[in-house]
Design a binder for this molecule. Structure first.
Ligand SMILES: Cc1cc2nc3c(=O)[nH]c(=O)nc-3n(C[C@H](O)[C@H](O)[C@H](O)COP(=O)(O)OP(=O)(O)OC[C@H]3O[C@@H](n4cnc5c(N)ncnc54)[C@H](O)[C@@H]3O)c2cc1C
Ligand SMILES: *[C@@H]1O[C@H](CO)[C@@H](O)[C@H](O)[C@H]1NC(C)=O
Ligand SMILES: *[C@@H]1O[C@H](CO)[C@@H](O)[C@H](O)[C@H]1NC(C)=O
Ligand SMILES: *[C@@H]1O[C@H](CO)[C@@H](O)[C@H](O)[C@H]1NC(C)=O
Ligand SMILES: *[C@@H]1O[C@H](CO)[C@@H](O)[C@H](O)[C@H]1NC(C)=O
Length: 502
């Protein structure tokens, strides 16, 4: 069955390739190849979408977080406002067989993931509705929202949702990949707080998926990324929110061992206090040519000095933004300067002080070799996947992430690897790979490696779906084939960006 399918797909691919070569094609200003099929698709979209349509070489206002993605010139960009319009766009790109990418908040660091190279960029930003249910327990959240927009819409009611920490990160990508929130020790990952999805399937039909209706698709969307269609609504859990504690406290690198100790305690012994959430960042600062370590404190109550952070707060800090405030105000803190080329890469391990220290040592040694690269900024961020978040993954039929662990896990992301110039791309990719390989080897050697990978932090050359386990991976593949028999959302289809199950 599977064999026949791949053979059929292979033949289709060959035919498409040959047709692609034969067809007259063109190059836009920046010599991105644009297939004839996309010229046709853009022509049709232009007629239907008027002002909500832009040719790629005449779209100066379009901005996206990672400069590598900014350079991926699409043939055109279209801004649908309703599920029916999204369906119309899918109908056109599939009929003409033109490649496309779907943009939520546009924070992916992988080329072609949310801005199409030579195809159609489907930009969802107009679909930014927030509709609160009468009983205030759930809301319909649009895929055009960035997190802070949803926070601001809910705050007048003293309500919030399980969202992330940076204002302009997109709700759809964040949620479809998992979504680690300051509220995760309390409620789980964002993806486990979505009761229902509305989805435009590859054949342009609009369906809903919840635990009773289309349960397989519901399972698949809980961690399966952009492999099944375009999500046009997230019906999500709404939770109370008053003022809360948040902010970063930064220390001289002399205190690294103490913070590493605290990270371990906050992940294990102190994790019973589920109002508490934290992350820790060890970062190289090029301007000062030195490393610093910081701890981000979050507490889901208006308590300025919760006991869990006592030991951290006693260490002499260099600066602190810790305060009581509203979610939307914390979310405004931007992480790093804009306009850089970016890589994220990730590793999951079982909590350990020694391994954490080793990962930082490997990082410091690797930074030494590349630290004068123009615009270079790099850090290691450690977060905990709380046991409650792991438990919440089993609710409503379970999610696709396949995190099998009875105890907390640590996730490390090589965050804010940024640099200025394209000529340094190769060097920066190999720097990321060198750190990753040594970090992985070290964690395997110490028996602390965990195969799960967080898709929202994964580098293009990592394979998160293998980390979901054989059973879940096979199930995702089977669901993919069922909802997408033409293979539109696969690595040989039209929407190839980001991570593909097939
Ligand atoms: C500064 C910064 C801070 C971050 N903070 C956090 C954090 O606190 N917690 C956390 O867990 N993660 C965090 N992340 C990671 C973040 O979750 C991912 O980068 C995520 O993919 C961003 O989603 P987006 O919508 O902005 O990105 P996009 O690049 O628009 O989308 C990501 C992928 O999802 C696909 N997609 C988007 N919308 C849809 C849709 N409606 N239907 C189908 N597919 C879709 C896109 O095609 C793309 O492949 C952060 C990232 C950055 C850069
Ligand atoms: C929200 O909380 C604040 C502070 O506790 C309170 O003054 C205000 O009345 C609340 N608003 C609503 C709509 O309940
Ligand atoms: C850090 O440690 C070095 C070496 O012991 C010492 O000279 C320096 O004063 C320390 N700095 C801080 C801020 O603690
Ligand atoms: C950081 O240090 C300052 C000055 O010593 C101190 O007043 C403040 O309480 C510290 N911040 C935290 C969050 O502990
Ligand atoms: C669209 O695809 C779904 C999933 O494969 C299928 O159930 C449905 O019948 C299809 N609809 C049409 C109109 O082809």
């Amino acid at each position: 069955m599977a064999k026949t399918f791949s053979l059929a797909k292979y033949i289709l691919l060959l035919v498409t390739r040959v047709l692609g070569v034969l067809a007259t094609s063109t190059f836009n200003k920046d010599s991105t190849y644009i297939a004839q099929s996309c010229i046709r698709a853009c022509g049709e979209l232009s007629a239907q979408f008027a002002d909500a349509f832009h040719y790629g070489d005449d779209d100066p206002d379009f901005a996206i977080w990672d400069m590598k993605q900014q350079e991926a010139r699409p043939a055109c960009r279209v801004e649908p406002s309703t599920p029916a319009e999204v369906a119309a766009v899918i109908g056109i790109v599939v009929t003409s067989w033109c490649r496309f990418a779907v943009k939520g908040g546009g924070h992916s660091t992988n080329f072609d993931a949310s801005n199409s190279a030579g195809g159609v960029t489907i930009d969802l930003h107009n679909m930014n509705h927030v509709k609160l249910s009468d009983d205030h327990t759930r809301a319909d959240l649009g895929p055009g929202l960035v997190l802070v927009e949803a926070y601001r819409a809910l705050e007048p009611y003293n309500l919030t949702f399980v969202g992330g920490r940076v204002a302009d990160v997109g709700l759809p990508g964040f949620t479809l990949g998992g979504g680690i929130s300051n509220l995760s020790p309390q409620y789980g990952l964002a993806v486990d707080n979505v009761f229902e999805y509305e989805v435009v399937l590859p054949n342009a039909t609009i369906v809903t998926a919840n635990v009773d209706t289309n349960p397989d698709l519901y399972f698949a969307l809980r961690g399966g990324g952009n492999n099944f269609g375009i999500v046009t609504n997230f019906r999500a859990r709404i939770v109370p929110q008053g003022h809360l504690l948040g902010g970063d406290i930064t220390f001289h690198s002399n205190y690294t061992d103490q913070i590493v100790d605290q990270v371990y305690r906050l992940t294990t012994d102190l994790a019973d206090d589920t109002y508490m959430c934290f992350s820790s960042r060890y970062a190289y600062d090029q301007a000062q040519d030195r490393f610093q370590i910081s701890l981000t404190e979050a507490y889901y109550q208006p308590v300025l000095k919760p006991a869990v952070f006592d030991a951290v707060n006693e260490l002499p800090n260099e600066s602190s933004t810790v305060r009581i405030d509203r979610m939307s105000n914390f979310a405004l803190d931007a992480v790093a300067p804009q306009g850089l080329r970016r890589i994220y890469a990730t590793l999951t391990y079982r909590p350990s002080r020694i391994l954490h220290s080793k990962l930082l040592e490997i990082f410091s040694a690797e930074v030494e070799g590349v630290k004068t690269t123009p615009g270079f900024t790099s850090s290691i961020v450690i977060q905990a996947l709380h046991v409650n978040a792991i438990k919440a993954m089993k609710e409503r039929g379970g999610n696709a992430l396949g995190v099998e662990s009875g105890s907390p896990l640590n996730i490390v992301a090589l965050l804010t690897l940024g640099w200025s110039n394209a000529e340094d791309d190769k060097e920066m990719y190999s720097y990321a790979d060198r750190w990753m390989q040594q970090a992985k080897d070290q964690s395997i050697q110490m028996g602390l490696f965990h195969p799960w990978l967080y898709i929202n932090y994964a580098n293009y050359n990592q394979d998160p779906f293998s980390g979901y386990g054989e059973v879940n991976k096979r199930r995702l593949e089977a669901i993919q084939r069922t909802v997408d028999p033409k293979g539109v959302f696969t690595s040989t289809g039209l929407c190839r960006g980001s991570f593909k199950v097939l």
